[in-house]
Design a protein around this ligand. Structure first.
Ligand code: ADP
Length: 486
């Protein structure tokens, strides 16, 4: 493998770039080339990062909101000034296609600028007291926040794991995914250092594949870490939630989804096909909100399925650096093997392949399945790849029932030309997010983003995030003295 052009990265701890005991090679999932040689952190690095974050907390939490705001506004500008380099890095490190790369580079400066405003968001209340005390509800930052981020929308999901916590006056230790240590982690060390964030306020500890747990354990168990946030699989999230429970530590969990897209008989057919293809296959289906099950009403089912399969077959799979590629590589060989195994299992149990159904190099072709039986693993758990199952139902009632027949509850969509009916049905979908007349993949930094059931709890974004990363306290002032009963 060519390692000559690969850049070397160290950990970002206490404002310094520091070595770890070992390094690992961070590879391009399409070519296999080494993109970067990265310090492979461990529990000792995590401890040092937590100490640095603890040490920086007092001054940062007491800094004027305007000072915090200025850092975020500068960071947004700096990211924009590195636009082309970061789009390219997203492609090389995470196999992200041009369109989704551009979207991430559009989204994240906005997220940082909205985080700048969050510096002023913790507004307190004065609460009427029956005792005459001056009684206040005040928020203060919690302390050190542990942030564990995934690789799939690496820039967005790492940014959101650190932005609100920092802007609200906390200090942070970020553990990026081993599949995106640079664009989902160490890049933020560079940008925030240049933006003027004081040393120790943000720390980034990267690690080699398979070596997340000791760092995660340290973040959970170390008493200096007061809250965590995690975006990733339901399995890992469940383990972290259990461990956090033992330590009575709050965690925001944004986990997997089995996101239904309901297509009612009155939906516009062309729009429904375009929405379904986009919602199922953007970033080769490696988005927690990707449509996994399309539930279509019988009167339009034949025409819809025919056009859906036809359009799916036109999606180009290959090198994500070519602008017309829609389906890039899956993140690694394990991910590819899992997608293959799930489709093969579904087919062996009776499913029909209407489009795709095979791997081409490190890519898996965009795939539409029909008649997937309930006992197939595909029907039970999220399959993180470009595969969607179509089901035909006889009524909107049945559509809602099928859409809710999953342990997950992240995002969903209902395609209909009748917004009133769509809204009435939206109230009945068991998901944290419902889009009427749109597909499930959408995000804006100011929205309360998050799931229910096995998709997790807590919310990134909007006002909700203030509660996630501050402590609400009751403080009273007694003017003069008052009598006591004894
Ligand atoms: P995926 O399979 O999509 O990579 P994961 O849930 O495994 O999803 O990964 C999401 C994040 O969780 C990554 O940063 C990964 O390194 C981290 N992670 C995986 N296992 C653990 C663990 N035991 N403790 C803490 N973090 C973990």
């Amino acid at each position: 493998m060519a390692t000559t052009t690969a850049q070397a990265y160290r950990q970002f701890i206490g404002g310094e770039w520091t070595d770890s005991a070992a390094t690992f090679e961070d590879r391009d999932p399409f070519t296999g080339e080494t993109v970067a040689v990265v310090a492979a952190g461990d529990a000792d690095d995590a401890r040092r990062a937590i100490e640095a974050a603890s040490g920086a907390f007092e001054a940062w939490s007491a800094s004027p909101p305007a000072a915090r705001q200025a850092v975020f506004l500068k960071a947004a500008d700096l990211l924009e000034s590195r636009h082309d380099e970061v789009v390219s890095l997203l492609a090389r490190e995470t196999g992200c296609g041009f369109g989704f790369g551009m979207f991430q580079l559009h989204f994240v400066p906005g997220l940082l600028r909205q985080a700048a405003a969050l510096a002023y968001a913790p507004i307190g209340t004065v609460i009427p007291s029956d005792t005459g005390k001056f009684s206040m509800g005040l928020r203060r930052p919690v302390g050190v926040v542990g942030a564990i981020a995934p690789w799939n929308a690496a820039l967005i999901l790492s940014a959101r794991s650190i932005a609100a916590p920092l802007a609200l006056g906390n200090t942070v230790v970020l553990k990026p995914s081993e599949w995106s240590p640079v664009v989902g982690g160490l890049l933020w060390g560079e940008i925030f250092a240049e933006a003027g964030l004081p040393a120790g306020v943000l720390n980034v500890v990267a690690h080699a594949p398979g070596a997340a747990q000791p760092i995660g354990d340290e973040l959970v168990a170390n008493p200096a870490v007061r809250r965590l946030n995690f975006t990733g699989s339901t399995g890992t999230g469940r383990k972290l939630a259990e461990a956090c429970g033992r330590h009575l530590k709050r965690i925001v969990l944004e986990l997997g989804g089995y996101n239904p897209l309901v297509v009612l008989a009155d939906a516009d057919l062309d729009y429904a096909v375009d929405a379904s293809v986009f919602g199922s296959f953007l970033h080769q289906g490696q988005i927690c909100m990707s449509a996994r099950r399309i539930v279509v009403e019988r009167p339009i089912a034949d025409a819809f399925v025919e056009r859906l399969a036809a359009k799916t077959k036109t999606l180009k799979a290959g090198d994500p650096k070519e602008p017309d590629t829609i389906i890039g590589p899956l993140i690694n060989e394990d991910a590819l093997a899992t997608v293959k195994a799930r489709v093969d299992d579904a087919v062996a149990k009776g499913a029909t392949v209407l489009a795709g159904g095979e791997a081409v190099g490190p890519c898996y072709l965009a795939t539409v399945l029909a008649d997937v039986p309930e006992e197939a693993e595909f029907s039970q758990v999220e399959t993180f790849g470009p595969v969607v199952a179509v089901e035909v139902v006889d009524s909107a009632e049945e559509a809602i029932e099928r859409a809710n027949a999953t342990a997950y509850g992240l995002s969903s969509g209902i395609l209909t030309s009748d917004p009133d009916r769509g809204l009435a049905l939206a109230h009945r979908l068991d998901a944290g997010i419902v889009h009427v007349n749109d597909q499930p993949v959408a995000d804006e930094p100011q929205m309360p983003f998050g799931g229910i059931k096995d998709s997790g709890f807590g919310r990134f974004g909007g006002q909700a995030v203030v509660d996630e990363f501050t402590e609400l306290r009751w403080i009273t002032v007694q003017s003069g003295s008052h009598p006591f009963p004894f």
